[in-house]
Unconditional design. Structure first.
Lengths: 296, 609
């Protein structure tokens, strides 16, 4: 797997700045960039020294890239030494590194409890949610990289537009032709049916599955595990009714739909919410066959 | 510049519901949010949504419970609106496909929650917020509503008349986190703030890192008062090491709290002889900390929450998510051992002052959800009442902003109704102290035509960002952490006058330090250092107003406990605290609580559980 860096174009901001007379702000920023680079080098040298003297630290090697900052346009790895505390997660270590050593270290994070899906990363060669990955479970030095198969925006932040497009391509919203007559009356759903769709509704859109999928890497139009799972969530929901299920199956059995899946189980392995993604995809294939929707 | 009829800031439960309602009412609506919608912290809500759905229950009972829970600081017109409209909103969610937990007959399940006289909390396992957030985002996708995600709203574009009541909001200025572009978003009809909580004012919180109270602070600086900020809910069951929430649903299903001696202290030490673990949240939080302070805590820090007796089947059916959280974030197996818990900051009862339609004192500016204060929760929020607030008041604000006729509001905003100044001298100077650059001004823009106001605000925002990026100075992280520490140490469950005064002093120092703040990452691409630095300003303004309110309120009501004042004083304090920015010289004042409902008056009674 490779990390994709967007190619530099001639319209990069640096080129623009050269073409025109540099403004005061640009000069100040350039000056600041130089200073920041010096500061960083000095701090890291100090920390490395300190860390060598102290065994209770963990070593992180973190991928760094910024399309507009000199010295970061070529991807590199920075090393951070973080004092270890019991229960420390990869996210904790990254936040410590950012707040203590380098405030430009960039990663998405919000809830800290594995429900917002912001902080999926490539940790020691696997897709993980940083907030629920314990440092004590990892071998050192811990390599932290952005999700493979997505374009890197900066450091550990990747572009998720393609992922969101695929999620939204499966008509990811409840549809039915029939609602109960009574005012304030809910649709009935059996406990068994709710149980059947339960796991599929747990998806937090972290995109770890998409990043792990070789098929998605080779076929940019493949819906991918998360979007197919979203389709499963509705197709299997008895409240939508049989007509709608047929329509759902037509969406997922298209050329870049379920049939692309080669059951490698990599999505299922990396899913932080333990959703049986591969099984869901297989079940939709069976349903499509049952409904004579196979595409060949 | 982007132009829409209605701009919604924030994409959690309240923002999404507001956007859907505005769109249904015919408006061209757009959502601007610093996070992609599905990352919003509504997704972390666990327990449920209170709604009087069944024949044996009634909205009147729900309203009574809510008023009592609020310790009579809720405003009846808002409380009654919540309770009347929650059932139809829950059914609406179900019709949008939300996967609620079910009974054998296929109907939506309800469970008991603290402070409720009927088991009226609807839920989807222990992940109700996640299901609600995703269900509503699905509707936003279906309707093709425009979402500007990862755009951080910096300030509101508000005219600068002297009296805030004469001002009008014409839009917002936002910073594109991906590219660094600063742009104006013009709102023809209205701006709805739905920015959620402010838990990052504290150190130990269930709130997300993004919950920095941005909407509250920017409305405050534009002239809208903050209301009842001293009322902060500390949730009794958060994991000690991270602050991750363990749902009240655990106690709702029968979970029991024990101290170090193995005593069921809620009963054995008489904190709540009737309701025990299911007393109101403020009561349980104080009970736990009292146990710890009196030496009966485990490791001198926490108590145990035991759910083993519920059995594996019931736990897996209704509380499965709790097992994962306890395992992943505390290494505890809820099936075989009790879980360690302690109180943590969870919810702000106060917020942007609004009426029951979400309108603020400034024309064209609305607020809904946790960032707003109508007030539905008064001095203490009941579990299961936050999610219905999001949908009921999100919808109301959306419809009103889109121009629907909704009648006359009973709740007044600003100084339009009765009000009185505070009689309190702060020993420490509060407010601006010499100015903090252009972004700090009140209202601010000189122009009065809508586009001009927005343009001027965009220019000021650009200058502010340029300044932060180009100068040398302090990193914000140290300032933020100092604020969080002093707030957690001193403005916590137990509050004492001397320590509150000390906190104002600490905040004064933090404000001074913030004057020299700078962003060392010069990049325009995804500069989170810059975003966090701007957020820290919001944290400072909120922490200060909160502490001012806490110092001045010399009584014990709901979540606000004062060592020197151990009684609720209805004669003097049946009133809302308001803090106005007032051009950088914060002004503290009060307005009466409205206890008169549709058919009855809620007479304050002693609050025992």
């Amino acid at each position: 797997m490779s990390t994709q860096i967007p190619k530099q174009t001639d319209e990069s901001s640096d080129t623009d700045a050269e073409a025109e007379a540099p403004s005061k702000g640009d000069e100040r920023r350039d000056e600041k960039r130089r200073r920041a680079a010096e500061d960083r080098a000095r701090r890291q040298a100090e920390e490395a020294e300190k860390a060598a003297a102290d065994e209770e630290t963990v070593e992180l090697k973190v991928f760094r890239y910024d399309p507009e900052i000199e010295g970061k346009q070529e991807p590199r790895f920075d090393t951070f030494h973080v004092p270890f505390t019991k229960g420390m997660t990869v996210l904790d270590a990254l936040m410590y590194s950012r707040d203590t050593y380098d405030s430009s270290l960039t990663f998405r994070h919000s809830c800290r409890q594995a429900v917002c899906g912001s902080d999926a990363m490539f940790v020691n060669g696997g897709q993980k949610l940083a907030c629920k990955t314990q440092i004590s479970d990892l071998e050192e030095p811990i390599r932290v990289e952005p999700l493979p198969h997505a374009e890197v925006r900066k450091d550990l932040v990747v572009d998720l537009e393609h992922f969101y497009d695929q999620m939204e391509a499966v008509e990811p919203y409840f549809q039915t032709n029939e609602y109960p007559d009574g005012e304030l009356e809910e649709q009935r759903q059996t406990r068994e049916n709710r149980e059947k769709i339960k796991m599929s509704t747990r998806c937090i859109w972290c995109s770890a599955c998409m990043s792990s999928c070789n098929i998605a890497a080779g076929d940019n139009e493949y819906l991918g595990p998360a979007a197919i799972n979203k389709a499963y969530r509705f197709a299997m929901d008895e409240r939508e009714g049989e007509d709608m299920k047929q329509k759902r199956l037509e969406i997922i059995e298209q050329e870049h739909g379920v049939w692309r899946c080669q059951t490698q189980f990599s999505c299922t392995e990396v899913c932080p919410k333990d959703i049986p993604l591969t099984e869901h995809i297989q079940e939709l294939k069976r349903e499509a066959v049952k409904n004579n929707l196979k595409f060949w | 510049m982007h132009e829409h009829d209605v701009i919604v800031v924030g994409a959690g439960g309240a923002g999404l519901r507001a956007a859907i309602a505005a769109q249904e009412a015919g408006a061209d609506v757009a959502i601007v949010s610093k996070l992609h919608p599905v990352r919003s912290h509504t997704g972390a809500a666990e327990g449920g949504i209170n709604a009087a759905l069944r024949d044996a229950d009634s909205w009147q009972d729900h309203a009574y419970d809510t008023m009592k829970g609020s310790d009579y600081l809720g405003d009846a017109p808002a409380v009654e609106a919540l309770c009347q409209e929650s059932p139809e909103e829950v059914i609406q969610l179900e019709h949008w496909g939300m996967p609620f937990s079910r009974e054998d007959d296929g109907r939506v399940s309800q469970r008991p929650f603290g402070g409720l006289s009927f088991p009226r909390t609807t839920y989807a396992g222990a992940e109700t917020g996640h299901q609600m957030l995703h269900t509503m985002y699905e509707q936003v996708v279906k309707r093709g509503i425009t979402v500007y995600d990862e755009w951080h709203v910096m300030e509101l574009a508000v005219t600068d008349e002297e009296d805030p009541a004469d001002r009008t909001c014409h839009g917002v200025v936002a910073y594109d986190i991906q590219s660094g572009e600063i742009s104006g978003f013009r709102a023809e009809n209205g701006v709805i703030l739905a920015t959620g909580g402010m838990g990052q004012v504290f150190d130990h919180t269930t709130n997300a890192v993004a919950n920095t109270g941005d909407g509250v602070a920017m409305a405050y600086r534009a002239g809208v008062p903050m209301e009842d900020m001293e009322f902060i809910q500390f949730h009794p069951t958060t994991l000690p090491s991270t602050g991750v929430l363990i749902s009240e649903g655990v106690r709702g299903e029968g979970g029991i709290l024990y101290n170090k001696e193995g005593e069921r202290f809620m009963f054995e030490h008489g904190y709540a002889n009737n309701d025990g673990e299911l007393a109101s949240r403020d009561v349980v939080s104080r009970a736990e900390l009292t146990e710890v302070n009196e030496g009966r805590g485990i490791e001198d820090e926490y108590v145990h929450l035991d759910m083993r007796h519920l059995g594996e089947e019931r736990i897996l059916d209704r509380l499965e998510n709790i097992l994962h959280l306890a395992e992943d974030f505390e290494g505890a197996d809820g099936l075989t051992e009790p879980m360690p818990v302690k109180p943590g900051q969870h919810y702000a009862m106060g917020g942007i002052e609004t009426n029951e339609f979400g309108e603020t004192a400034i024309g064209g500016l609305y607020a809904a959800g946790e960032c707003a204060c109508a007030s539905v929760h008064g001095a203490n929020r009941l579990g299961g009442n936050a999610l219905p607030e999001l949908i009921v008041f999100g919808k109301r604000a959306g419809r009103h902003a889109a121009g629907e006729e909704m009648g006359e509001a009973e709740i007044t905003t600003g100084k339009a109704g009765d009000w009185e100044p505070a009689d309190y001298e702060f020993e420490v100077e509060v407010g601006e102290a010499g100015g903090q650059g252009p972004a700090a001004a009140d209202g601010g823009a000189v122009a009065t035509d809508p586009d001009g106001v927005l343009e001027a605000e965009v220019e000021r925002a650009k200058a502010r960002v340029e300044e932060l990026l180009s100068r040398k100075g302090r990193n914000h992280a140290e300032i933020r952490s100092r604020v969080q520490q002093t707030m957690t140490d001193n403005v916590n469950v137990f509050r004492e006058e001397g320590r509150l005064e000390e906190t104002l002093g600490d905040l004064r120092e933090a404000r001074e330090a913030y004057k020299d703040v700078a962003v060392s990452d010069p990049s325009r691409t995804f500069n989170t250092d810059l975003i966090h630095t701007m957020e820290t300003r919001n944290i400072l303004d909120i922490a200060e107003a909160l502490t001012m309110g806490a110092l001045a309120r010399k009584e014990f009501r709901g979540a606000h406990w004062r060592k020197e004042h151990q009684e609720r004083k209805d004669g003097e304090w049946l009133k809302h605290t308001l803090v106005s920015w007032n051009d950088g010289e914060p002004e503290l004042w009060y307005k009466p609580t409205i206890l008169e409902g549709e058919d009855k008056t809620y007479e304050p009674k002693s609050r025992s559980y």
